[in-house]
Write a protein that binds this ligand. Structure first.
Ligand code: SF4
Ligand code: F3S
Ligand code: FES
Length: 247
């Protein structure tokens, strides 16, 4: 409250949002502008909801958890991939440009089909524990050293938001590149003693130009990952390992 008893007004934000509806043949991509008064603690999630509620009910964007867990709200925020639900407007300039993540099928406006891409990557890299001996579903699992469990957990924090894909230059050139998210998955399963695949098996999956050797170490993935996963370290480690296996 100010001295005069009035609540100070927030900044007037200008949102420039890339609109496109691929379902409508005549729809061409275009920037649309919306103005909104900033409120205390406003996130892009809250701002987009307010715009949709008060200005344009046709605006498309994705949210589920609103707390950085589900990975569905990734978008380009002033040219950088990020999670809209974890981005405060106060940390951005008053003009905010939003666009869908590149590299994924566009559903409409800011909504992209990351799930389809992630499923394809997961099937291709077989991101599940391979243990042909495990026929007894009631068998008690071997205990795992806490340090190892923690290392696996660290890599498993990936929420498959797609920000690393959108922030990777290689991805824009190689359609089948598995990206940092795919290489992180391989690094995760390689650590897991329950996965009986060996280095040769992993090499088959990512030891080529669509995997470890296609990566040009641009490190955009590492910079934009909202979960701060150690992508740079994992990619470098896999590359060293693969070079040895390949010799
Ligand atoms: Fe998102 Fe990071 Fe996982 Fe990439 S590695 S999908 S940026 S959480
Ligand atoms: Fe792309 Fe990351 Fe490699 S940005 S080129 S996957 S280091
Ligand atoms: Fe779930 Fe943003 S809404 S991560």
């Amino acid at each position: 409250m100010s001295d005069t008893g009035t609540i100070p007004k927030g900044r007037l934000l200008l949102f420039r949002i890339l609109r496109c509806n691929p379902q409508a043949e005549a729809s061409l991509p275009q920037m649309q502008e919306f103005k909104l008064e900033e409120a205390a603690g406003m996130t892009l999630f809250l701002a987009l909801n307010e715009i949709r509620d008060t200005q344009d009910p046709s605006l498309q964007f994705d949210f589920v958890c609103r707390s950085g867990i589900c990975g569905s709200c990734g978008m380009m925020i002033n040219g950088r991939p990020g999670l809209a639900c974890r981005t405060l407007t106060k940390d951005l300039p008053s003009t905010i440009t939003l666009a869908p993540l590149p590299g994924f099928e566009l559903i409409g406006d800011l909504s992209v089909n990351t799930g389809k891409w992630m499923r394809g990557m997961s099937e291709r890299l077989e991101t599940w524990v391979h243990d042909q001996q495990a026929t007894d579903l009631c068998a008690i699992e071997e205990p795992m050293e806490p340090e190892l469990a923690e290392q696996i957990y660290e890599l498993q924090r990936c929420i498959e938001c797609g920000c690393c894909i959108a922030g990777c230059g290689t991805m824009q050139m190689r359609e089948d590149f598995v990206g940092a998210v795919g290489m992180n998955q391989i690094a995760r399963f390689r650590l897991d003693p329950r996965d009986k695949r060996d280095d040769g098996d992993y090499y088959q999956l990512v030891g080529d130009d669509e995997g470890v050797f296609g990566c040009m170490t641009l490190l955009g993935c590492h910079d934009v990952c909202p979960k701060s996963l150690p992508l740079q370290t994992q990619i470098a480690f896999l590359r060293r390992k693969m070079l040895r296996v390949g010799l």
